[in-house]
Design a protein around this ligand. Structure first.
Ligand code: G6P
Ligand code: ZN
Length: 543
């Protein structure tokens, strides 16, 4: 066995963002770049000799090369076993499921989530701990610190491991087990949801369409929706994963999931439509010519949870990220369960779930999940909806409208300004912070500002504090505007403006969100000076 210690120099830009290290493929292809980061992970997480690691990714360009590098480095760093998805594939929720199911030390997930792939696209890598969840901030900070001081990494000299057949081989002293990437995850779904009821719904003529966007969830959706639940073949579209996602942007929203949106808003639309992202953890839910916002979806799942087998005993609590609408807060109030507001990023839910404080979590960024794993989970959300639809036997739209009638409606929209010069974006944020003093108490028509702050979170489990998590402009009627810089982009800065207005009057629930929010949008642009400071008249994406 030949373990080489390779000399290297640090890169200064290996700071993990909202969800791991994400960079252009070309950045990762620089000599030593991936190796430095992987060694920094291994040096930070202190795995005991012989520990087991889970490894897989969303199959995007560079996945296969990276898997081979990581296997050889794991062997050289004393791991005893790696469970790797066949072909190097594991969706993010499936990786979380496998880490938990086999009680491994943790896992490495290769994905840039919803960012485009291909030779000119993005790549990403992150470490998840033994709970199956993304590493906490203290761990990612330790990894970053190591990456700035690294001088060598360890690598086994060996041939590549064949990954396309289920097998068990050895690499140096380490075992490599190639596992079916779908089966453990599909079994977990079958334990949570009433597959019999969903099968009957589908047999009764209820039509569904799932857009896998040529990303990792294709094989998962085929197995679960078509094979186990009997949806007609073709119900899963864009089902073949491609290294560049077919040139698309694998982000399930109304802009990028246009194939699905055309079908769901066309004549003869199916009853239910859904899509998931590059690594399978995001979801978008649609009814016939009807869009359910992710914030509403979370609230609806919480309100209907006891109809579903895996949640029949009720919820310990719920959590949402700060920019997510407060729709779920009112459900929590009605159910008399706690509701937590965390910074953006799934990693903040991990402690709450581990401590048994919450069962369901969600984010406006098309993420919903529960304590069944420690990642958000796209197909899980789809199955949760299908299970509710099978029990309630009403349309997506009717269920949503009845929900609004009972709890009120939180009109919601997010404006994204992508690819801004970093200085201009920082300037907007700075200007807003400098205006806090004058803004508080100011009235704009029927909206008056009650308070403004930069969101700060103290984790109720470990006491850690995260500052600077987004600027909140809070209005006296409960409406909000939030400004936040994205932590997942790879080019320039992305400024997100989140708009939310609460409406209790049923007579106004039919309004289009853009119409209902137009005054708030005007206020947001006015107080931020966004257009003059960035030179952008229009957002790149509205969701
Ligand atoms: C990833 C994380 C989510 C988070 C999202 C926000 O998808 O897994 O938890 O909500 O990024 O991204 P942003 O670009 O707004 O930082
Ligand atoms: Zn994702």
């Amino acid at each position: 066995m030949n373990i080489r210690t390779v000399s290297t120099q640090p890169f200064s830009d290996q700071k993990p963002g909202t969800s791991g290290l994400r960079k252009k493929v070309t950045t990762f292809q620089q000599a030593h770049y991936l190796e430095n980061f992987v060694q920094s992970i291994f040096d930070s997480v202190n795995a005991p000799q012989g520990a087991t690691l889970v490894l897989g990714g969303d199959g995007r360009f560079y996945n296969r090369e990276a898997i081979q590098v990581i296997l050889k480095m794991a062997a050289a760093n004393g791991f005893g076993k790696v469970l790797v998805g066949r072909g190097g594939i594991l969706s993010t929720p499936a990786a979380s499921c496998v880490i938990r199911q086999y009680q491994t030390f943790g896992g490495i997930i290769l994905s840039a989530s919803h960012n485009p792939g291909g030779p000119d696209g993005d790549f990403g890598i992150k470490f998840n701990g033994c709970n199956g969840g993304p590493a906490t901030e203290s761990v990612t900070e330790a990894i970053f610190a190591k990456s700035k001081a690294i001088s060598s990494y360890r690598m086994l000299d060996a041939a590549d491991v064949p990954l396309d057949l289920l097998s068990e081989t050895t690499l140096g002293n380490m075992k490599v087990k190639v596992i079916n990437p779908v089966s453990d995850y599909a079994d977990l779904m079958e334990s949570l949801f009433d597959f019999g009821a969903i099968r009957s719904l589908l047999q009764g003529g209820f039509k569904i369409r799932f857009d896998a966007m040529h990303a990792v969830n294709g094989p998962y959706a085929k197995e679960i929706l078509e094979r186990r639940l009997g949806a007609p073949s073709g119900s899963v579209m864009n089902a073949v994963p491609l290294e560049d996602f077919g040139g698309g942007h694998p982000d399930p929203n109304l802009t990028y999931a246009h194939d699905l949106v055309e079908i769901m808003y066309g004549t003869d639309a199916p009853d239910f439509g859904a899509a998931s992202d590059g690594d399978g953890d995001r979801n978008m839910i649609l009814g016939k010519r009807f869009f359910v916002t992710p914030s509403d979806s979370l609230a609806l799942l919480a309100a209907n949870a006891t109809l579903v087998r895996g949640y029949a005993k009720g919820l310990a609590g719920v959590a949402r990220s700060m920019p997510t609408s407060a729709a779920v807060d009112r459900v929590a109030q009605a159910l008399d369960i706690p509701c937590f507001e965390t910074p953006t990023g799934w990693k903040f839910f991990g402690n709450l779930m581990d401590a048994g404080k919450v069962t369901l979590c969600g984010e406006e960024s098309f993420g919903t999940g529960s304590s069944h794993v420690r990642e958000k989970d796209g197909l899980w959300a789809v199955l949760f909806w299908l299970n509710i639809l099978a029990v309630r036997k009403q349309s997506v739209e009717t269920i949503t409208r009845e929900h609004w009638a009972r709890f009120g409606r939180n009109f919601y929209s997010r404006y994204d300004y992508e690819g801004l010069p970093t200085e201009a974006a920082n300037g907007v944020m700075r200007h807003l912070r400098d205006s806090f003093g004058t803004l508080a108490g100011t009235a704009f028509g029927r909206y008056s500002i009650q308070a403004c702050d930069d969101f700060s979170y103290t984790d109720p489990v470990d006491g850690s504090i995260s500052n600077g998590q987004g600027i909140r402009i809070l209005f006296s009627d409960g409406s909000r505007i939030v400004f936040r810089l994205s932590g997942t982009g790879t080019e320039g800065a992305t400024l997100r403006v989140y708009l939310e207005a609460f409406e209790s009057a049923v007579s106004r629930h039919h309004l289009d969100a853009q119409e209902a929010l137009k005054d708030l949008i005007r206020i947001a642009l006015h107080i931020s000076e966004l257009q003059t400071r960035t030179g952008r008249e229009q957002p790149t994406v509205i969701t």
